[in-house]
Design a protein around this ligand. Structure first.
Ligand SMILES: Cc1ncc(COP(=O)(O)O)c(C=O)c1O
Length: 517
């Protein structure tokens, strides 16, 4: 079932003109408003609608024209206008029959929705059309069904619907600029993201792995060096170290926060150690002060992996420059995600920023002058433009995640699950909401049967991956991390998640527990 509809002009005019013969049209309009279902209208219709509506009122009830103009304004505020894309297929049966209908059909394709109409020809000639009655029936069944049976793990589409206008404006700006690599758009994003992270510098790169890799190179890590990494992380953290020819030295996490345990770091330091690389896992900052104190004592540098923690705060200050440098990923599912790959570093250190700026661009500052052997790892200009739009919404989205987390924490407190622990000094951004259960796999299967999708972050720790078999770690080498990997389950978490959906996940967890007993 579509959860949004594009309204054909006849249905909208039924509603605006209060036509008595077609009560289903106004009813559908009202149901959509009531249930928060977006009402879409094509750019191909809007001016014609206004013309017909105002003209009819002027002709049939001139005394009502003032009221009609107000009604039109209110209508504009209630609808979402969607573009009419090109190119046009002039011999499409609907185009031959009625060009306006065909343009509406094209808009529905662009927005990936159905057109509601009471025009028999539209219904016959477009596979994307449904009758007003059918839409009403779908809403009646569909909303209940959706709420009762399905909660996706992540919804990447919904937040973007509201941003469509701004994203398309940004897209057109890039298309018209003729500048597709670096340029003002990347510079602007770097300025804006640095400011957001309360850091002096930001350098955009191609992805999160490159952000880590180039940061390590900028910190002088090379073959023979060692870098302290969490044993409990996504493998990218380790891979960046290996890519430098250095060795990742794993340190177990604190079992309450899942982040690297500062008390265990000193024992892992050797004369080869160059960098400590904490990860702000699941969106919760690691214990930076303790890590920085150790780094200072042993003269080590600190690179933070911020891939999961855009906007999080440690002791009131945003992540961005607590350590020497922070590596960010804009992978689409992240709190700040692009429409493809993207990454960045932030730092207060001008030399590190400068080094990474040169490394990402073939080792070059001036075209065709290559100071060092660099890489092609630039943040895509188009992605930078999209990220600028999304950055403006990041705080609102993170706040929505916080509300969902608070609901989960309250609702799941008595179910025998280990819930996330948040120390007083951090403000997490809930990239993931991770619970732990000794019967994790059964819990996951049962939730799945109840329509609640979950994921495991992560099923196999890096030291037991084939990629790191050469380091010789056997099962049992990092027992805390291994236990965590066996027990963790990530519940659905995304900013557009509705209260009913969170409650549904909580209820499903309760049912699953009862079933497991
Ligand atoms: C903790 C962590 N570090 C690094 C990365 C790598 O980011 P990317 O996929 O953009 O290379 C990711 C995500 O994928 C991650 O979750």
């Amino acid at each position: 079932m579509s959860s949004r509809y594009l309204f054909d002009s006849n249905v909208i005019l039924d509603y605006l003109l209060e036509r008595k013969h077609y009560p289903a049209s106004a009813k559908l309009y009202g149901q959509c408003l009531e249930n928060g279902i977006p009402i879409l209208v094509s750019t191909a219709q809007i001016h014609i609608l206004e013309y017909v509506f105002i003209k009819k009122v002027k002709r049939d009830a001139p005394a009502q024209i003032g009221t009609a103009r107000l009604a039109w304004r209110a209508f504009l505020n209630e609808i979402t206008i969607v573009k009419t894309p090109v190119p046009i297929q002039k011999d499409h049966p609907l185009a031959v029959h009625d060009l306006e209908d065909y343009l509406i059909h094209l808009s529905s394709e662009a927005a990936d929705v159905m057109v509601v109409t009471r025009d028999a020809n539209f219904l016959r000639l477009s596979k994307r059309s449904i009758s007003t009655e059918q839409a009403l029936a779908d809403i009646g069944k569909g909303i209940a069904l959706e709420a009762a049976h399905k909660v996706a793990f992540l919804d990447l589409k919904t937040p973007h619907i509201k941003l469509r206008d701004a994203l398309e404006t940004a897209f057109d700006r890039i298309l018209n600029s003729g500048i597709y690599i670096l340029g003002e758009e990347v510079d602007a994003f770097e300025r804006e993201y640095a400011a957001y992270c309360e850091a002096k510098y930001c350098v955009g790169v191609a992805n999160g792995l490159d952000a880590l890799h180039l940061s390590l190179l900028a910190l002088g890590v090379g073959p023979g060096d060692e870098v302290i990494v969490p044993s409990n992380t996504y493998i990218a953290t380790w891979l960046a170290v290996s890519r430098c020819g250095a060795t990742p030295v794993p340190v177990e996490p604190d079992e309450a926060t899942y982040n690297i345990a500062p008390t265990l770091i000193e024992a892992a330091i050797t004369s080869r150690t160059k960098v400590i690389l904490p990860v702000h896992l699941y969106g919760q900052p690691a214990d930076m002060d303790s890590i920085l104190t150790i780094a200072q004592k042993y003269n080590l540098r600190v690179l933070e992996d911020g891939a999961q923690a855009h906007g999080a705060r440690y002791k009131g200050k945003r992540l961005g420059a607590h350590g020497d440098v922070v590596a960010w990923s804009f992978y689409p599912g992240k709190n700040l995600g692009a429409y493809g790959d993207g990454g960045a570093i932030t730092t207060d250190n001008p030399e590190i920023a400068d080094r990474i700026r040169v490394l990402r661009n073939y080792g070059s500052r001036v075209k065709y002058v290559n100071e060092i052997r660099g890489f092609n790892s630039r943040l895509d200009t188009l992605q930078a433009a999209m990220l600028r739009v999304k950055l403006q919404h990041l705080d609102i989205w993170n706040e929505a995640r916080r509300k969902i987390a608070a609901q989960y924490l309250a609702g799941l407190s008595d179910m025998g699950l280990i819930l996330p622990f948040v120390p007083d000094w951090v403000e997490p951004v809930w990239h993931l909401f991770v619970v732990r259960s000794k019967t994790r796999d059964q819990l996951q299967q049962q939730l799945n049967r109840m329509g609640v999708k979950t994921m495991i972050h992560y099923p196999i720790p890096p030291h037991l991956q084939g990629a790191y078999s050469d380091l010789g770690f056997r099962k049992g080498a990092f027992p805390i991390s291994e236990r965590i990997h066996e027990e963790v389950l990530s519940l659905p978490m995304f900013p557009s998640m509705m209260l009913e959906q969170t409650n549904q996940v909580i209820a499903a967890c309760r049912d699953a527990r009862v079933a497991a007993q």
